[in-house]
Design a protein around this ligand. Sequence first.
Ligand SMILES: C[S@@+](CC[C@H](N)C(=O)[O-])C[C@H]1O[C@@H](n2cnc3c(N)ncnc32)[C@H](O)[C@@H]1O
Length: 332
Amino acid sequence: MEPAGIQQENAQLRQAWEQYSAEHLDTYLVSGVEDPRINIQSILTRAFLADALFPERFTALIHEELRYGTVLLWLLAQFKAGADREELREAICFTGAPHLPAFVTEAARWLATDACPLPHYIELALDPPPLDAPDQPLPERALDVFGAVWRKELAGLTAPRLSVFEAACGSANDYRTIHDHGLAPFLDYTGLDISGKNIANALTRFPTVAFRAGSILDSGLPDASFDFVFAHDLLEHLSGPGLATALAELVRLARREVWLHLFNTKPDGGHEIIPKEHYHWNRLALATLRDAGRALGCTVDPIEIAPLLQHKFGLQDYYNPHAATVVLKKTG
Ligand SMILES: C[S@@+](CC[C@H](N)C(=O)[O-])C[C@H]1O[C@@H](n2cnc3c(N)ncnc32)[C@H](O)[C@@H]1O
């Protein structure tokens, strides 16, 4: 992409995201299904980090956390559809009503056993939410369960620190949960976002962390600066040339792997590049991303989230059938 094109796209992207207030940017992508404590792709980022730090040590715990996210997302959908908490509690925890998905009743049975080391997060989720948070039907105590579990598991462990880079970090949207789960002391983390308001929010929460304002289209950082590079929900918002430039930049900055979390994909048929006011709302083809990743010297593994959860837990109706995470491993 030519420097003039980059400058123009950066200006438009800045305009698109800076139109929101700092308060809105601080909260709007971290609640409901986007809450990184239960969002499956956020759980995957933390799982990849934990597995890179302590290979295979936490495979069972990661599976448990993915199940937790799946169950809480299902409960959230029931609450949003107007389900009555006490009727749900009765059906899930006592009668095991046959119309309920098996992964929910099985999780409830496991959580009720003495052998289960986890708090009964379904019971916690069915408690009434605080009256001052009508838009957040899941109580904080249910949402905080795995933060406490991970902090306890990681306390006292040692590992060589990993350097990680997050593009489009928002207002520390994922970092706040990475931190709450006890992973931060193992990381040299750098977050980049084009919105100065987001970076100011992130630095208010974490004044000593390397949050920087800038664009992934021209980060100016040296090649292979970081072990791992990741981005949540970024590439769908770039132009065609911007997308190619950003992908090349993400791969260039990584020594080992890039994790692309995407919310709007399809298997093949080419990218649909869809302009929307100052930015884009694209539908990205996994086959095209695979070819682009290979051309940049990576192996490419797409993980489609709905089939992943169907395979692991039998979930039939994940809320976003287009979500996919693409893992690029550098081969050179
Ligand atoms: C949909 S939000 C996702 C934020 C966060 N990753 C999350 O999942 O909650 C997209 C983010 O990308 C940032 N962004 C857009 N274009 C960018 C660019 N060229 N470089 C860096 N950040 C960018 C925006 O400011 C915004 O914070």
